[in-house]
Write a protein that binds this ligand. Structure first.
Ligand SMILES: *Cc1c(COP(=O)(O)O)cnc(C)c1O
Length: 493
């Protein structure tokens, strides 16, 4: 199995090399040259543990890892850092199913991939006899940062620097990052929004002078953002696992097609569902759910991707994104793996802020569409579902839940529907309490958490208990153009 850059078919590398590099040197993203076709015997798969399913799905994708090495990565990642032995349990909520991806160390779905990525990366360095120190640069809209710091903390031969938008993440998210332990972890608030931070991280990555300065000091960059294929592939696993759980519960028969609705930001999570479908997972429809930053919804309506609009800060901050990095991969596949055309469209997006696909190309997006939920709809959804089902959702999950509701109003013949549930409500206590009519304005973080526990009856996840006790480091605020100097300081540190 080989991976090639979306922007140059001649840039071809192995799985381990793709994971080490993060981004291709031409600025493109690595994509698999073909999709393995799995022999899906659901009668057997339904009894697989999460770890067994991970081995089954990841083996053909990571074929330059030995079976023992891969199994070691899986076992190190999916252990008791997760507070549910199923790792990604399915909850029945009314007549839908919620695939709960928030049982890891930071109570959001980034843990699913970021608990295994550091192991895949150090293993990749061993496979390639690479003895450089790996410097991870990560822009975060809130959740990736903490999950990446937790994943890489104290992993030998690695350092990680995280940049988040100042004022653009929740109190809890910021506190989670500022309390992270690990001498190899660095975190900065950046004056700008997420797109500003992400654009600068990409620019640092692709700066040949900076790369050389790092190489001179025995270091190299890699990325823990979902541009890294090592983030994406582990996410394919849970779509198969969810399907197997539905078969096991008797909710569907083997082979029956189902819908997935994914609350979307950088388009990594939903792309993993699409990759699952390309590998034979029986999917009826993929619904890409957006908040008020609904660039993707507009694309799926019109075939025009237009980032020229106001950036809105919403109550689902991890989805506040106008340039969804992984959409480049989706577009590449939809264009029939045409690098030249893809590169031209990406250049247009850079220069003009928009691009448009032809009517014929737009046809290739059948089977996937967009919906969105406004701020009021999102809060109303949290309330409705809590009142009807006694189940509390975080705002990101609520965007997906409302979007699927809106989608079903427009189509005939509903299928079994899985809502991909990306964060614990404990991560956004103020918003959730307000949505269900509790006045929490004056309350401290601790008081809000206690109130949520009382209302939901769900015990505190370990991450919340630790947060209450941990020491907070000093907050460092940078302007965008101070980021490069700071990175060089870290390399010397
Ligand atoms: C990151 C994140 C998303 C968006 O996922 P993408 O893979 O970037 O599309 C949605 N919800 C939560 C809680 C997240 O942390």
């Amino acid at each position: 199995m080989y991976y090639q850059s979306t922007r140059n078919p001649k840039q071809v590398v192995s799985a381990s090399q793709a994971i080490l590099q993060g981004l291709a040197p031409d600025g493109g993203l690595y994509v698999p040259q073909s999709f393995p076709q799995f022999d899906l015997n659901w009668d057997q798969l339904k009894d697989y543990s999460y770890q067994e399913m991970a081995e089954f799905i990841l083996s053909p994708f990571l074929d330059d890892y030995s079976p023992e090495a891969l199994r070691a990565c899986i076992d190190a990642a999916y252990d008791d850092k997760f507070d549910d032995p199923k790792i990604a349990p399915l909850a029945k909520v009314g007549d839908r199913y919620h695939l709960e991806l928030f049982h890891g160390a930071t109570i959001a779905f980034k843990d699913m991939a970021l608990s295994i990525l550091p192991h895949l990366m150090t293993q990749a360095a061993a496979i390639n006899h690479n003895d450089k120190e790996i410097i991870i640069l990560t822009a975060t809209s809130g959740d990736t940062g903490k999950a990446a710091m937790a994943g890489f903390a104290d992993v030998p031969s690695t350092k990680i620097a995280v940049f988040y938008p100042e004022g653009g993440v929740s109190d809890i998210q910021e506190k989670q990052m500022l309390t992270q332990k690990g001498a190899n972890t660095y975190v900065y608030a950046v004056k700008g929004n997420f797109d500003d931070a992400q654009t600068q991280v990409k620019a640092l990555f692709n700066d040949p002078d900076l790369r050389q300065k790092l190489a001179d000091q025995g270091a190299q960059f890699s990325s823990a953002n979902s541009m890294n294929i090592g983030r994406l592939l582990p996410q394919v696993v849970y779509y198969f696992y969810a399907y197997a759980q539905l078969v096991k519960a008797g909710a569907i028969t083997a082979g029956e097609k189902i819908d997935f609705t994914v609350p979307t930001g950088n388009f990594g999570n939903i792309l993993a569902a699409y990759y699952g479908q390309r590998c034979g997972l029986p999917v009826n429809h993929l619904l890409c759910a957006s908040n008020d930053n609904k660039v993707l919804y507009d694309f799926f309506q019109t075939g025009t991707y237009n980032r020229k609009r106001d950036f809105k800060l919403t109550i689902s901050p991890s989805m506040d994104i106008l340039v969804s990095s992984n959409f480049e991969r989706m577009l590449y596949h939809a264009l029939g793996d045409n690098s030249d055309h893809l590169t031209a469209l990406m250049a247009q997006l850079d220069q003009d802020g928009l691009y448009q696909v032809t009517a014929e190309e737009f046809q290739a997006f059948q089977g996937i569409s967009g919906e969105f939920a406004s701020e009021d709809e999102t809060k109303d959804e949290i309330k409705q579902v809590f009142e009807a089902n006694d189940y509390l959702m975080d705002p990101h999950t609520a965007v997906a839940s409302r979007s699927y509701r809106k989608y079903l109003d427009q189509v005939e013949g509903a299928k079994a529907g899985v809502i991909v549930s990306t964060a614990s409500p404990y991560k956004f206590p103020a918003t959730v309490l307000q949505a269900i009519g509790q006045d929490a304005d004056q309350a401290s973080i601790s008081e809000r958490l206690a109130k949520l526990r009382e209302l939901s009856g769900v015990p505190y996840p370990q991450a919340i208990e630790e947060l209450e006790a941990a020491d907070i480091r000093d907050k460092i605020i940078l302007s965008i153009d101070q980021m490069e100097a700071e990175v060089l300081k870290i390399v010397k540190d």
